[in-house]
Design a protein around this ligand. Structure first.
Ligand code: B3K
Ligand code: ZN
Length: 876
């Protein structure tokens, strides 16, 4: 397969005016008639043929203006259809007939069948598995869809847009027709046919139009869709209030399916969801599940403007819609919940997922310039770093100017297939600010490293801040230019107040934001009457690694006084990380671990501080993960030592804070009936982290087993099960709890996924045997991506000691799984393989085993393009 390059972009030779599709649904032989109206673009050579994309297709019929096209006039392969001698001017109609097999479609791209339901997934290049088509995002047209299917088996026939009508057809079949007036690219096409239950509601838009809302789920699961419906209505309202965006069809539908390669898909008016992100009730969903559902429902809905109304010119612009939509869903969740706590969760996620990607062989810019397989570019860099870049634009410009720029974007580009440059230009045009240096954030990969040091001079009452920035080399980008980095800061005085400087030299400062634009830059603040403590990169205003040497006392000062709660959490994390690293090194050197009392005191003080919201306290008590420590160490990693070091720090905190943790565990309970809201979820989180510390202080499974029996919601139940399994894997209590959990939720695959994941993440080398045994459990259905991710994915991504066993058996297991999954579902296989993206930072013996496993995959002659692309980049 060849590399696709941005530099080679050019518009199509033919303009697509209209699309009219008729589907005759059949499990193994669905007939698709595609009537496509085109005209030759002005200035295009009269000899230029029409070239349509296909993927595993066979052509069954081809008409030009309703006349059969002679074989000499076209060439059809599985991957393309080329038609020659087409009219030089004026519209013409091509009718393409194909037959496809939804039942046999295990890639879950194009039209496939899941649990008896027909559904589609077309982004990025799935539409070409349905019919020959100019399958690229800059080809926009209105679609009319007719679906014909057996009425008894498929009472429901859905597609994009507004319902036109339907009725009986022939021999037990019926039909439905849909029209989507909004020109859209093929990747936003969707079709659903089958028999599902529905939850209905409605929404009146700001201009007074009524929109019917429907969420389709398996029969009997309707009550579990209530929360998703509520989240949808809140999303619609919020997008009107916050961004002035109104919905634009008579109906908005969400369909939940059980086999899905990712979270959800924003097809126009007909979102298709992984049922994991729709279904929830207190007995089966955790607080995290509720938060995810709210965020993903919002994300897909927000795409209606950022992605659908304004789409991407080409796939290099993917972050134009994904980064912006993540930014929007982050803001939504921040408004629905606690803003600082949400920010902490975002930054944890960014650092644990995107930073390693940006530091390894799969690093790529937010706006890449080439790809080999576009499905491998739905990455945390495109999504999360893309969102951070937009957040920085908001920080740089301030809220008012940011709004002006975004309003201009919506106004100027509505209906367009746009580029990242178009987007940035709107902010430049709306504000007059030059964002050319800032745009490097789109083009340079790698996490910038900023080294900072501050000095106070009492005689001149000045505070000097010296900054240096360095962007590391990444694949294909050996050297980098200095970036425009917005750093939110505060100078905090001894009494806890924030100092106001009388002046500043050395660079631009707007409000609380300092603009670092040079490789080396020194800012001098005057009129600072006493020595301040510098709080830098508050709210994580820039996605950077920051090296700022601060004493434990200064960090504790920030942790106590910074008005920005995020900065307090950051300070406590910065206080904890060196201790965790030291503990790892001490254990490797055979020394005993001494956890500094300053850290213990600061954490327990925070845990006890009732003026702080429980969710925040829970975040503070959740120490940097083993992966965070590995990333900080950077090289020569030994996951066993990291695990043991972290465990001894947790034990020291637990012993010192046992009375605090006991009292939090006893008292921190929400009142009244279960509510998934942020306050109650925060209380549960704090209570459960307290319980987790108690397992280190008390070393007995009994209290956790009791918590397991007492739990009256999935959050508490799963936390107890996790603590039992992870802290006391061989105990009778754990065996009993795992058995009870399985019996109780036997019929609910989404909950059984939690049971798989808990076991797959038990620390230690023995877990691989358990995972292998679980692969033979009747609940494990290998064709279902959720099952595979729960068992194989959790093991590879979230079990540092188990997966990185010193003997390399974890890597060999993954390699064999990849080779088995790849022929059926390449996207899933490729995604699982990215769990090895940091293999080069392992200690040499493990790194050797990892390389061998990658080579085993690489040597396979039959790899998909997806896995081939990842494995080659990882070995390069
Ligand atoms: N746009 C989809 C992702 C499609 C992934 C294709 N491999 C979901 C989302 O970001 O909303
Ligand atoms: Zn998205």
């Amino acid at each position: 397969n060849k590399i696709v390059e941005l530099a080679h972009y050019r518009p199509t030779d033919f303009v697509l005016e209209r699309v009219d599709l008729t589907f005759e649904i059949d499990p193994t032989n669905t007939k698709v008639d595609a009537r496509l109206i085109f005209h030759r673009r002005d200035g295009v050579d009269a000899a230029a043929p029409l070239v349509l994309d296909g993927d595993e297709l066979t052509l069954s019929g081809l008409l030009l203006d309703q006349n059969e096209v002679p074989a000499s006039q076209y060439t059809a392969t599985a991957q393309s259809l080329t038609i020659r001698d087409l009219p030089e001017s004026g519209p013409f109609e091509i009718t393409v007939t194909t037959f496809i097999n939804p039942q046999a479609n295990s890639q879950l791209m194009g039209l496939y069948r899941t649990n008896g339901i027909y559904c589609t997934q077309c982004e990025a290049e799935g539409f070409r598995r349905i019919t020959y088509f100019p399958d690229r995002p800059d080809v926009l047209a209105p679609y009319t869809i007719t679906i014909i299917a057996d009425k008894a088996a498929n009472p429901l026939l859905l597609s994009n847009g507004n319902y036109l009508g339907g009725g009986n057809y022939d021999e037990g079949r019926h039909f439905a027709a849909w029209f989507d007036p909004h020109p859209k690219p093929s990747y936003l096409f969707a079709l659903v046919a089958g028999d599902l239950g529905v939850v209905e509601d409605s929404f009146t838009t700001m201009s007074g139009r009524d929109v019917a809302l429907k969420i389709y789920v398996e029969h009997g699961k309707e009550p579990r869709a209530a929360f998703a419906m509520d989240a949808l209505k809140r999303s619609m309202k919020w997008d009107e209030e916050r961004f002035g965006r109104e919905y634009d069809l008579d109906i908005f539908m969400v369909v939940a399916v059980s086999d899905f390669n990712m979270g959800a898909m924003e097809n126009k008016g007909l979102n298709v969801f992984n049922d994991k992100y729709v279904l929830a009730d207190p007995d089966t969903a955790t607080d995290q599940d509720y938060a995810n559902i709210e965020a993903i429902i919002a994300h897909e809905y927000f795409h209606n403007w950022t992605g659908n109304r304004i789409t991407c010119r080409d796939w290099f612009q993917l972050s134009l819609k994904e980064g912006l939509t993540v930014y929007r869903d982050h803001e939504f969740s921040a408004d629905m919940r606690s803003r600082p706590v949400k920010r902490i969760a975002e930054v944890r996620h960014l650092k644990s997922e995107q930073f390693p990607e940006d530091a390894g062989p799969l690093a790529h810019p937010v706006r890449p310039t080439k790809y080999r397989e576009i499905n491998n570019f739905y990455t945390t860099t495109i999504y999360e770093k893309g969102s951070e870049v937009i957040r920085m634009i908001a920080t740089l410009l301030g809220a008012d100017d940011f709004k002006k720029g975004l309003d201009l974007y919506f106004e100027r580009h509505d209906g367009d297939a746009a580029t990242v440059e178009d987007f940035v230009k709107c902010f430049e045009d709306a504000t007059g600010r030059d964002l050319s240096q800032f745009s490097l954030w789109y083009h340079q990969a790698g996490t910038p490293l900023v080294t900072a040091s501050g000095a106070y001079d009492a005689t001149t009452a000045t505070f000097t801040l010296s900054l240096e920035q360095m962007v590391p080399a990444t694949p294909g980008q050996p050297s980098k230019e200095p970036m425009h980095i917005p750093l939110s800061f505060a100078l905090i005085l001894a009494d806890g107040t924030v100092a106001t400087a009388t002046g500043v030299t050395g660079g631009e400062v707007t409000g609380e934001v300092l603009h670092l634009t040079e490789r080396n830059q020194t800012f001098t603040f005057t009129g600072i009457a006493s020595r301040p403590v510098l709080s830098l990169n508050r709210s994580f205003s820039a996605p950077i690694n920051l090296h700022l040497d601060q004493s434990p006392d200064d960090l504790a000062h920030i942790a106590r006084h910074d008005p920005d709660l995020f900065a307090r959490w950051q300070a406590l994390t910065d206080l904890a990380l060196p201790s965790l690293i030291q503990a790892t090194r001490d254990l490797q050197d055979g020394k005993t671990v001494e956890t500094p009392s300053a850290l213990i005191t600061a954490l327990i003080e925070t845990a006890d501080d009732e003026s702080l919201e429980p969710a925040f306290r829970a975040q503070v008590l959740t120490l940097p993960s083993e992966a965070d420590i590995a990333r900080e160490l950077g090289r020569n990693n030994d996951p066993d030592a990291i695990h043991a070091g972290r465990t001894s720090v947790l034990a020291a905190i637990a012993e010192a804070g046992v009375s605090t943790f006991q009292s939090l565990f006893q008292t921190m309970r929400p009142d009244g009936a279960f509510s998934p809201d942020a306050q109650d979820a925060g209380k549960r989180a704090l209570r459960n982290i307290a319980l987790s510390y108690l397992t280190y202080a008390e070393q007995s499974p009994a209290p956790v087993a009791e918590a397991f029996s007492d739990a009256d919601n999935m959050t508490d139940l799963l936390q107890a099960l996790t603590l039992l399994a992870h802290r006391f894997p061989d105990s009778g209590e754990t065996e009993g709890a795992l058995g009870a959990f399985l019996t109780r939720f036997d019929a609910n695959p989404l909950v059984i996924d939690k049971w798989f994941a808990v076991q797959a993440t038990i620390p230690g080398a023995a877990t691989l045997d358990r995972v292998n045994a679980l692969m033979n459990d009747p609940h494990f259905t290998p064709g279902n991506p959720n099952r595979v991710r729960a068992l194989v994915g959790s093991f590879a991504f979230s079990n540092p000691t188990g997966f990185n066993r010193a003997d390399g058996a974890g890597y060999r297991f993954l390699a064999s799984q990849i080779l088995q999954i790849d022929p059926k579902n390449p996207q899933l296989a490729a995604r699982l393989l990215t769990s090895m993206r940091s293999w080069r930072s392992l200690e040499p013996q493990r790194a050797d085993h990892a390389r061998s496993a990658l080579l085993t995959i690489d040597r396979s002659a039959t790899l998909s393009n997806d896995v081939r692309d990842i494995v080659e980049r990882m070995l390069k």
